[in-house]
Write a protein that binds this ligand. Structure first.
Ligand code: UDP
Ligand code: MG
Length: 323
């Protein structure tokens, strides 16, 4: 079941931003592997608005590599957006997304494909079993990140799975049907609920060039992950308001008792009560506002509340979103 008009089995989507240093190494390793799969494939190189020689190198490569397809984004739009662009355009029955820097060993693609076929699953996650080549900071921040998301957002995302994964056509169609912005695919995919499996791999060191993920982009990804899947931070104000309200009641009781016992200065009681009560009311009002903003946010994301996998009346239509 390919996309209409194509007979491509596998699409390999590779986001790249200023990857001139690593591109020749990537091609040298990936091309023999892809050719060796003995299946119709395409490589969808998504040039995320690179300002180095990446686009020139890609065009040159295309001359004698017919399976290479180049999609260039006008501006640097970020890793996740680049992957989304690739998924929208990929035509294969299966689609693999992989980083350009050879940190995700391309040899694993064959295993992912085999697992998907043998086990009949829609998603095969590449799970980093050994991250010893990453810096200690990256390992610890990543560990904290995955744990925080699992707790806050309650999604059953495999720990230590990044964006190296294989997806079936049905999964890709489902992702493409989501209208939401700033999606973090490593959490969106598990939330869709397609049958999945994992293969472990060792995360290698970047083969050349430098990381295109500075701290600012990492923080952006974390904020998008939490706010994309959880209203907990928004509800925080409601809880603060409730706590503040309780505290104000306590202060009120204390002030009244102090007044009765004659320990209070004139005017003190009313001042304290007013300050406490106003603060509590404000926080509560903010919380209520937050609840409504949250509902609007949900409606704006327009995420289907479920995907039907099968209906005995109609047969399988796995990619049909239901609102
Ligand atoms: N990337 C991209 N756009 C960006 C940043 C990164 O397409 O704005 C690509 C990059 O070329 C690479 C992948 O995303 O193929 C992962 O980036 P990188 O290896 O720099 O991240 P790290 O492994 O350091 O977290
Ligand atoms: Mg990398």
């Amino acid at each position: 079941m390919s996309a209409p008009g194509s007979a491509i089995t596998l699409s390999i989507v590779i986001p790249m931003f200023n990857e001139e240093a690593v591109l020749p190494l990537l091609v040298e390793r990936l091309r023999p592997l892809a050719d060796g799969l003995r299946t119709a494939y395409e490589v969808v190189a998504v040039d995320d608005g690179s300002s180095d020689a990446t686009p020139v190198l890609l065009q040159r490569l295309r001359r004698d590599w017919p399976e290479l397809r180049v999609v260039r984004l006008r501006a640097n739009s970020g890793h996740q957006a680049a992957i989304s662009a690739g998924l929208q355009r990929a035509r294969g029955d299966f689609v693999v997304t992989i980083d350009a820097d050879l940190q995700d060993p391309p040899e694993v693609i064959a295993e992912m494909l085999r697992v998907a076929r043998e086990q009949g699953v829609d998603v095969v996650y590449g799970v980093r079993e050994d991250r010893s080549t990453d810096t200690a900071f990256k390992r610890h921040s990543a560990g904290l990140f995955y744990r925080a998301i699992r707790r806050l957002a309650d999604i059953d995302a495999p720990v230590d799975a990044g964006d190296y994964r294989l997806m079936s056509r049905a999964t890709v169609d489902a992702i493409n049907s989501l209208p939401e912005h700033n999606r973090v695919l490593r959490f969106v995919v598990p939330a869709l609920g397609f049958p999945s499996a994992s293969v472990g791999y060792t995360r290698e060191v970047r083969a050349a060039g430098t990381s295109k993920y500075p701290l600012a982009k990492m923080l952006r990804l974390s904020v998008d992950s939490v706010t994309g899947f959880s209203l907990t931070p928004l509800r925080f104000a409601t809880w603060l308001g409730l706590l503040g309200g309780l505290a104000a009641l306590g202060v009120l009781a204390y002030a009244v008792i102090a007044r009765i016992l004659g320990h209070a200065l004139p005017g003190w009681t009313s001042t304290v009560v007013i300050v406490a009560a106003v603060g509590a009311v404000q926080l509560l009002a903010l919380g209520i506002l937050g609840e409504y903003v949250g509902r609007m946010y949900g409606a704006m994301q327009a995420r289907p509340t479920y995907f039907v996998a099968h209906d005995s009346l109609e047969g399988a239509h796995p990619a049909q979103p239901v609102h």
